[in-house]
Write a protein of this length. Structure first.
Length: 129
């Protein structure tokens, strides 16, 4: 039995994984195998294809639809990446100024909501003829 044939099982040692990573990656991708990597007999990680990972990690379509509708309702679906970055930076800056975690309705949360609205794109104005 060749060394690679022994790697066809669902569990390999960290040393086998290191020595044969390309083959394991091929198996995970092309053969859609999930491979458990163990160290000293204890499972430590799983190697799986990106398709399997996305299937396991992606939210359900209903969740995505609900998030999209909420984003449209708030107007945040029109934000650019740089606007989102500024909102995050402002929230982190405010959070670091206030000691302790902010609770809903606290001063820092209210400030964030006001600053978030100020960064939203303005709605298009109607032209008067």
């Amino acid at each position: 039995m060749s060394k690679l044939n022994r790697l066809r099982g669902p569990v390999v040692s960290v040393f086998q994984a290191r020595a044969n990573f390309s083959e394991l990656l091929r198996q995970a991708d092309q053969e859609r195998r999930s491979i458990v990597i163990e160290k000293r007999g204890a499972p430590k990680a799983v190697l799986l294809s990106i398709r399997d990972y996305v299937r396991l990690a992606a939210p359900e379509p209903e969740v995505l639809q609900a998030i999209g509708l909420e984003s449209q309702r708030k107007g945040t679906d029109k934000l650019t990446s740089s606007q989102i970055d500024r909102i995050i930076k402002a929230a982190r800056s405010k959070r670091s100024e206030v000691r302790g975690p902010s609770s809903p309705g606290s001063r820092s949360t209210r400030h964030f909501e006001r600053s978030e609205k100020s960064l939203l794109p303005s709605p298009p104005r109607k032209r008067q003829h």
